[in-house]
Write a protein that binds this ligand. Structure first.
Ligand code: 26W
Length: 852
């Protein structure tokens, strides 16, 4: 863009900002505080996006394109301001505006809350997919819930996790649009009355049902484009807050405030649980709210365009993100048979043709099951429909496998008075996908083995990705420039071309430049930590600044939800080994290391909280130790979220992906860090395996630990004993013993907590075998591999060569690639770029409107 042009654009934007400040906020540019200024600037920028938003919708309607509707209980979009100006390629203009108006970018950016409408990987994946769908012009719309309180804010009070509410909506959110005209009503409970449709199929109507109003708020998801033809995808989030009849005044008058407010508070909080079933009544209501409101909206939209449902199976695709929205299966069948008089068989066929189910977890404790009595009470009609689907399905199994009642029990949707949502999702949808090759194989061969035998063609793999636009272009502008200078900028929308970077890996100048960029990012991270990551005492009072960090140390980073299977505890045991080695061996050869660990523990997950506490206490001791301190610093990154990820990922040298093989479905942090030039120390789990394949084993030096097969073998033969390793490996024994000899505990409470961790590792884990995730089994291999890490880090240029090869190998791990696969293998949809004529027309209307 020429400077004249950029100047004109900046002047126009300034005019709009000033106008918004006066007309909607009532302040002049001089008076406005940072938040007011931020909002006016967003209003000004979004004018551009509104035009394309309209044009995207009109184009899809005109082309009568098949559309994908993505349903997810969770999204983690991150802050939108910088993301949107990045995707609009107007960052330079905005910077100029700020300069001319005497405002500081950081203080503006920090006005925006980070919408924490998800727990972790699943929610962030959904947001990365939306960025790719928008960028590649796919006809798509997403649905979710507008939680008033997102994932809690984590504070550590002397190492104990305290959860504070995340009030992200206190200020007006300039990126959302309330759509009063699109309000729908969702029915719960009531008495079902049997009637029949014109085909003689049983249908149920409800009397005395509870009706809950759901009001949508739309957020535009702006696709990347260098031109003005970018597409915009709608993220529609439902809220039950603002529908007056949701508050049951009669119950209130009878003194039952809790019951009176249940429906107005339905979308108040995100359940802060990850990879663990919750089984709570309100959660089931939330899930049905999402499903019912979204389906009503989808059907209304379809009817508005086509007048009938004859083409529904052709035009509509619905993806259910894990089982959480799997009630779609029952509710769509109900809508089709009852509201639209379709025969049962047709309704089931349409539903199956339209829906796909993505599984994100293999942990059995994460598979959702609902108590049938509760299910029937809240959703009597859907319960009846599931019973009938199940009856048909069980009959089909019986006719293929006569007399195999055991098999029927395993496959049945309802069993032992539980409704098994994964079974419902598999039976009711036409494709089921895992999120990495190994994960999909495990689904086919173990978790859903019987289903795979019954429906071999349903199962497909779509390996996860991340959007390189947020996770490289936006969060690491220096590295993005480094790449673009060498291979041009096509990687921004075609990440497979990143492989061209490999030829610069051995170029000394590129290596030095890479190292300089990494160092700058580490400085920025240190600055951030010094500013924000204060330590608190047991009463939450800030006591001291964080430890001083050394930019020349290796930045060793593990950031993800805290879970036993992710093995932060194994990381902690390794830190203890390092500590013991450095204190006890004056001739040690260790290098300087900064270990960053971040992540939230589910509020009710005691063991995960205990692991945080342990890491905190190790850090407390290590950081102040005069001998160890210079070599090892440990930082617990408080309240890890998308915004913090954007700061720590560009600064990381070493990416810890150390889950027990066969437990992590895919992982996506692994991809983000590799894309930013970190090397992975990792097990052969999830997408790590495919990352190694792409980078090639030559440039993937730090793979360690048992394979999924070896772990499965150990489990099958019942032959693993952590005690045996503990007894025979003195270094491991010494580290584990530190858990109960008060090395790191200052109080009785801490001592008790660490002794419990010891107990779970060596003696017994919740009544089962100890060390359920094989930490001691892999610990020696982990330790040895960490030594290899240090050897390589001593040769910075060699390290840089590896890092550049890793970046170059990430092409497959863009969500652009994932959405192309979903589009081709599951949805059968095509890109639908904005029609220029329609865009011009909207623009003309807008300009005409603007003149009056
Ligand atoms: C019902 C409670 C609950 C909530 C969330 C159970 C399970 C979940 C999610 C499925 C857990 C999750 O986020 N899974 C992660 O999904 C990522 C995206 O596919 C993967 O990269 C991670 O490996 C997987 O743990």
């Amino acid at each position: 863009m020429s400077t004249v042009n950029i100047d004109l654009l900046a002047e126009e934007l300034i005019r709009r900002v000033k106008s918004y400040l006066i007309s909607t906020i009532g302040r002049t540019a001089e008076e406005a505080d940072a938040n007011e200024f931020y909002r006016a600037l967003c209003y000004a920028i979004r004018e551009e996006t509104m035009i394309n938003w309209q044009a995207t919708a009109r184009t899809i309607a005109k082309n009568q394109s098949r559309q994908i509707y993505y349903l997810s209980m969770e999204y983690l979009p991150g802050r939108l301001f910088v993301n949107n100006i990045t995707n609009l390629c107007s960052k330079d203009v905005v910077k100029l505006v700020l300069q001319k108006m005497n405002r500081n970018l950081r203080s503006i950016v920090e006005q925006e809350e980070d919408p924490g409408l998800g727990n972790g990987g699943l929610g962030r994946l959904a947001s990365c997919l939306l960025d790719s769908l928008a960028t590649h012009h796919y006809p798509a719309q997403a649905y979710g819930l507008r939680y008033q309180y997102g994932i809690f804010e984590q504070q550590l009070w002397n190492g104990a996790q305290i959860e504070a509410p995340d009030c992200w909506l206190l200020n007006e959110n300039p990126w959302e649009f309330r759509r009063d005209l699109r309000r729908v009503h969702v029915k719960f409970c009531g008495k079902p009355q049997t009637t029949y449709n014109i085909h003689g199929d049983e249908i149920l109507s409800l009397t005395e049902a509870e009706e809950v109003g759901a009001l949508p708020y739309d957020i535009p998801i702006v696709g990347y484009s260098k031109n003005s033809n970018f597409s915009v995808v709608t993220l529609r989030l439902w809220s039950t807050k603002d529908s007056p009849r949701n508050f049951l005044l009669q119950k209130y008058n009878a003194g039952r405030l809790d019951q009176a407010a249940e429906n107005t508070t339905l979308t108040d909080v995100l359940y802060p649980s990850d990879n663990n079933d919750i089984g709570k009544r309100i959660r089931l209501k939330q899930e049905f709210l999402l499903v019912s409101a979204s389906l009503q909206d989808i059907v209304r939209h379809h009817l508005a365009q086509y007048n009938n449902l004859r083409q529904f199976a052709d035009k509509v695709r619905i993806q259910i993100n894990d089982t959480h929205p799997s009630l779609v299966i029952a509710e769509l069948v109900r809508i089709l048979t009852k509201d639209h008089d379709l025969p049962w068989k047709t309704a089931v066929e349409i539903t199956e043709a339209c829906t796909g189910y993505t599984n994100h977890t293999i942990l059995s404790e994460a598979l959702e099951q609902w108590d049938k009595a509760l299910f029937y009470y809240l959703l009597p009609r859907q319960c009846r429909i599931i019973e009938r689907i199940n009856l048909d399905f069980c009959n089909a199994i019986r006719s293929r496998y006569p007399q195999d009642e055991e098999r029927i029990r395993r496959l049945s949707i309802i069993e032992n008075d539980k409704v098994r949502m994964a079974n419902l999702a598999i039976v009711g949808s036409h494709k089921v996908n895992g999120v990495a090759k190994l994960h999909t194989e495990i689904l086919k061969n173990s978790v859903f083995k019987d289903f795979y035998e019954f429906f071999p063609d349903k199962f497909v793999n779509i390996t996860n990705g991340v959007t390189q636009r947020r996770w490289l272009l936006e969060c690491n502008p220096e590295l993005a420039r480094f790449i673009t200078q060498r291979i041009g900028d096509k990687w921004i929308t075609d990440f497979l071309t990143i492989k061209e970077l490999a030829k610069f890996a051995s170029d000394p100048e590129s290596q030095l430049e890479f190292l300089a960029i990494k160092k700058k990012n580490k400085f920025k991270f240190i600055e951030y930590i010094n500013r924000e990551n204060r330590l608190r005492d047991a009463n939450g009072i800030i006591i001291s600044p964080p430890p001083l960090l050394d930019v020349d140390s290796i930045f060793d980073v593990q950031i993800k939800r805290i879970h036993e299977y992710k093995r932060q505890l194994m990381n902690a045991l390794h830190l203890i080994m390092l500590y013991q080695e450095i204190t006890q061996n004056p001739n040690h050869q260790r290098i300087k290391r900064t270990v960053v660990i971040g992540g939230k523990a589910a509020a009710g997950y005691e063991t995960a909280k205990d692991i945080i506490r342990l890491i905190y206490c190790i850090a407390r001791k290590v950081n102040q130790d005069p001998i160890v301190g210079p070599f090892l610093k440990i930082v617990y990154l408080e309240n890890y979220n998308v915004t913090k990820a954007e700061i720590v990922i560009p600064a990381s040298d070493l990416s810890e992906q150390i889950s027990t093989a066969g437990t992590e479905a895919s992982g996506t942090g692994n991809m983000k860090m590799a894309m930013n030039g970190a090397l992975t120390i990792g097990t052969q789990d999830g997408a790590n395996i495919e990352m190694e394949e792409e980078v090639t084993p030559e440039w993937w030096p730090f793979s360690f630990g048992c394979t999924a097969e070896q772990i499965a073998q150990l489990k099958m033969t019942n032959s693993y004993s952590s005690k045996e390793i503990y007894d025979n490996n003195p270094a491991i024994k010494k580290a584990v013993d530190a858990l109960r000899d008060r090395s790191f505990a200052q109080t009785e409470e801490e001592h008790q907590i660490f002794s419990d961790l010891y107990h779970k590792l060596i003696e017994m884990h919740y009544g089962g075998a100890p060390d359920r995730y094989f930490m001691l089994k892999d610990l020696q291999s982990f330790y040895d591999t960490q030594l290899k890490v240090e050897e390589l880090y001593k040769k910075p240029k060699k390290w840089a060569e590896y890092a550049i090869h890793n970046i170059a190998g990430m092409g497959k791990f863009s969500t652009d690639f994932s959405v192309h696969n979903y589009a081709a293998l599951i949805w059968g949809i095509e890109p639908c770029p904005i029609d220029q004529e329609l865009l011009d027309r909207v623009r003309y209307d807008y300009a005409a409107h603007n003149r009056c």
